[in-house]
Write a protein that binds this ligand. Structure first.
Ligand SMILES: Cc1ncc(COP(=O)(O)O)c(C=O)c1O
Length: 467
């Protein structure tokens, strides 16, 4: 490459943060900083590391956005994507048309999923899959002559996506601003997280409270009016909140008791993050009516989501469809996108061949136990997590929770981590971690060492009144 061209390209790259600041409205952008804040523009990645346009490398402990499983720069995945793009980049999946990768992936997902979840409705990502689940529940009951059975139960601190309905289902207080939300048929139960290190109530006591509340809410609404319960097995974006043992099974049983469909949102917990392709049955002992998956299904290499529906629901919906209008009017231009499905097939092949789930079962407990060493820091309130999803919660030592001081403290920790080449996801007073599943023990040690140092520096700033 000649020097002139190299300089021009370099200049172009250095201007990228400015172009971005001028023109992009980012998801979850800080509106007060709109146009002023320069984004970290990433442009290459390999393994567990990403590199920005200035050449600085970071260990990506966020795993993209919970989605990186087999690691960045996987040639095999890139080849599969390129091959399918060259062979047939796109064809619709509407009506009675399909593509080879979509049909093959549907069969593979049916094999990987528990019980009779054998019917796959492809979507463009997690939000569209969750929204499709709720619409399927509505169709299911409406077709049985019960259109009033349409209310949906969710939880405070849940995150189910960014569309109108999935944002309405989400229960993160920080996200509720000037947007509008569906409030007529969406209802939030309490946040189900239980922290054995910090909560004064026992796990059994908390479980009892949560179940009593859920049953009371079902009775208040009238079981004949409640269509489904949408639940992440572990609440991810809400702060890696783990319910007390037995919660998933007991809430599932309550749903069965009142003929309410159980939708397990495995957008984060699926595809290996807890050491299994799907966690619902293997970890939590339930075979839901529907499972939602996305993110790790392609290792983030292509956007794709899927709603897995039980045969029981699919057959009922099909049997009850009116003869003059038997259409399942839900889906997207990019549903079953052949390139995305090809990426997912190869991703699953790699995950199986390299036993990525086994690897997570091996390093997951190490990750959590190493992170728990950080509890010795005066500014760590708690460390919680499960396998490769975790969270370090910061506090000044006074009042726990997302108050201004605690959030400023966590932001300082994040900034020091970033300076030292580690990306953790800042959310309120939490540093959230969900590294690529191929992470090694030495890379885990690196994460912990950088975090430890960042916590020490932030604690010193706090003591010096600099926060
Ligand atoms: C549990 C859960 N459900 C759904 C979604 C929405 O997925 P997407 O952003 O692919 O639409 C997310 C995204 O973070 C999620 O964490």
């Amino acid at each position: 490459m000649d020097t002139l061209l190299e300089t021009a390209e370099l200049r172009n790259e250095l201007e990228l943060p400015e172009k971005d600041a001028r023109h992009v409205l980012h998801p979850w952008a800080d509106l007060q900083a709109l146009g002023k804040q320069q984004a970290l523009v990433m442009n290459s990645a390999k393994g567990v590391r990403v590199r920005d346009t200035e050449g600085k490398s970071y260990l990506d402990a966020i795993g993209g956005m919970w989605c990186m499983t087999v690691g960045y720069g996987c040639e095999e995945l890139a080849d599969a994507i390129g091959e399918q793009a060259r062979k047939m980049a796109y064809y619709t999946a509407f009506g009675d048309v399909s593509s080879e990768p979509a049909a093959m992936l549907a069969e593979t997902l049916a094999e990987l999923s528990p019980g009779d979840l054998n019917r796959v409705h492809f979507t463009t990502g997690g939000s569209t899959a969750v929204e499709s689940a709720v619409r399927t529940a509505h169709y299911y009951f409406s077709a049985q002559g019960k259109p009033e059975k349409r209310h949906v139960l969710s939880r405070v601190n849940a995150y189910h996506g960014g569309t109108y309905l999935t944002q309405s289902l989400s229960g993160k207080a920080a996200d509720r601003t000037h947007f509008h939300y569906e409030t007529e048929f969406v209802h939030h139960l309490s946040s189900p997280g239980h922290d054995p290190d910090r909560d004064s109530i026992s796990a059994e006591g908390r479980l009892k409270e949560l179940l009593e509340e859920m049953e009371a809410e079902i009775r208040r609404l009238g079981p004949e009016n409640v269509a489904c319960f949408v639940a992440e097995p572990i609440l991810a974006s809400g702060g890696v909140l783990t319910p007390p043992d037995g919660y998933q099974k007991a809430t599932f049983d309550l749903c069965r008791k009142y003929d309410i469909l159980y939708v397990s949102d495995e957008v984060v917990t699926g595809f290996g993050r807890l050491g299994h392709f799907f966690a619902s049955e293997t970890r939590f002992g339930i075979i839901p009516d529907m499972i939602v998956t996305a993110k790790g299904i392609t290792s983030g290499y292509q956007p794709l989501g899927a709603l897995l529906v039980s045969d029981r629901i699919a057959e009922s919906v099909s049997d009850a469809a009116p003869a003059d209008k038997p259409v399942f009017s839900n889906g997207f231009t990019y549903s079953g996108h052949p390139v995305a499905c090809a990426a997912a097939l190869t991703n699953i092949k790699i995950m199986k061949r390299d036993d990525i789930c086994g690897h997570v079962q091996d390093v997951g407990p190490y990750f959590i136990s190493r992170l728990r060493e950080l509890l010795s820091s005066s500014i760590v309130y708690t460390v919680r997590g499960d396998h490769l999803m975790a969270c370090v919660e910061c506090w000044t030592g006074e009042e726990a929770g997302p108050n201004a001081q605690n959030m400023a403290l966590a932001a300082r920790v994040d900034a020091y981590c970033q300076e030292a080449g580690l990306l953790v996801r800042p959310y309120e007073n939490l540093c959230i971690l969900s590294p690529p599943l191929v992470i090694s023990r030495s890379e885990i040690d690196e994460i912990v060492a950088i975090l430890e140092n960042a916590l020490t520096r932030a604690a010193e700033d706090l003591a010096a009144g600099k926060i």
